[in-house]
Design a protein around this ligand. Sequence first.
Ligand SMILES: Cc1ncc(COP(=O)(O)O)c(C=O)c1O
Length: 428
Amino acid sequence: MQPTDQPAVQPQVPDPTETADGPAEGEKPFEFRVADRISQLPPYLFARINQATYQRRRAGHDIIDMSMGNPSDPPAQFVIDKLAEAANDPRNHGYAPALGIMSLRREVASRYLKKWGVRLDPESEVISTLGSKEGFGHLCLAIIGPGDSVVVPAPSYPAHVYGVALASGKAILIDTTDPDRYLADIARTCEREKPKMVIVNFPHNPTATVVGPDFYVEVVKLASRYGFMLVSDLAYADVTFDGYETPSILSVDGAKRLAVEFTTMSKGFNMAGWRVGFCAGNRDIVRALGTIKTYYDYGMFRPIQIAAIMALRNGEADVAAQAKVYEKRRDVLCEGLARVGWPVTVPKASMFVWAKIPEPFASRMSSMDFAAMLLEKADVAVSPGGGFGVAGEGYVRLALIENENRLRQAVRQIGRALSEELKVAATA
Ligand SMILES: Cc1ncc(COP(=O)(O)O)c(C=O)c1O
C-alpha cells in the first residue's frame, strides 16, 4: 500500500524485459523518454524507507505502521448503507456532472455556513474534486505556468511541491512552523519577487502547526497588498483536539476576492478511498479549476456523491467522535514517548505527531537513518522528516493511524530500541 501523501511510484522508464511483452530475440527494446515535466520532478525521498518497510514485512515482521496519513477506520455505517442503496439504483451508473451534483455543492455551502459562518453560492463558488489532492494539482495546472512562482509551506506536503513543479512553476519554500514568521517571510519575498500564489496549510502536514483566525486576516491583507492569490489547504479541518477549532480563510472579509480553500472528506469522515474533496471561494478561480477538470475527468461516481451528501448532512457527531479517537491516540503516544525519554510537542490538530529526534541521535544520524533504525530495531515505521524536504530534517512524523494498544506496543518497542542503541553507543 502507498501512503496517501506520497506519489504512488517514482517515475522511471519501465524495464521491458520484466513483462511478457518484452522484445523477441534479436529485436531492439522499445525505448522512450518520459516528458520533461516527469523527469524533472524533485526526487522521491520516501522510497528508501518504504522499500525497507516492505522487505521487513516480507521477512515476517509485524510492523506497527505510523508512516502514512491514511485513516484506518471506516466511515459511519449509514454512509456505507447509502452508498450501497444508491449503487443499487440503475439510474446512478452513468456519468455524473463533472463538478459535482448541485445538492452536494449545496450541502458543502451549508456546512460552511454552519461551521464557519461563510456564505457561498453553490453554483459558482463551490465544486467537488476527486479528493483535494486532485483538485490542488489541477488548480496549479489551471493557474500556474512557466515563469510563475508559488510560495509553498516548508516542510512540505509533497503534493504541494509536485503540483507546482508539474505545472512548470517555481516553488519558493518558506518555513511555516512559526506562522508569524511565515507572514513576515512572505512579505519579504514579495519585495523581491512577485509570487502568483501563496499556499497556506493549517493544520499543517507534516508539522501539525495550527493558527488562529488572526493569521488569515493578516495573510489576506498581504495578498491584497502584493496581489497574490491564496490557496488554503484545510485537509485537517475536522481533526482537532482540546477544544481547538480550525478557522477558515473564507470567513475573513474580502477573502473571496482572492482566495480559494480545499476541504476533504478523507480525514474527518474516514472516506479517504472514496476521493471526495471540494474547492470553494473566489468564483473565477473556482471556474478556472472547473474548466480544466472538465477536460481531464468525468467527476465522482454518483452513488458516492449521494452518500457524501448524507454524511455532510447527518455525520457531524461521527466526525466529532473520530476526532476524539485521534485525540486519545495522541495522548497515548505523546505520554508514552515522554515516559520512555522522548518528549515531543503535543499537537492540537491533524493526524500527526511531529517529533524532534532526541539527542544524541539527532547529532549523529539523518532523519532517514533514524527512521530506518526504528524500523529495524523497534519494528515501527515512521516517516523521516527529510522526506518533506530539507526543512524537515531533524524530525520524524508519526501518524495516529494505529489503535491505542498498538500505539502502547510501539512506545514499548521504541523505548527498548532507543535504550539499547544508547548502550551500544556508550560502549563504542
Ligand atoms: C495537507 C494535505 N492536503 C491534502 C491531502 C489530500 O487529501 P485528499 O484525500 O482529499 O486528496 C492530504 C492527504 O494526506 C494532506 O495531508
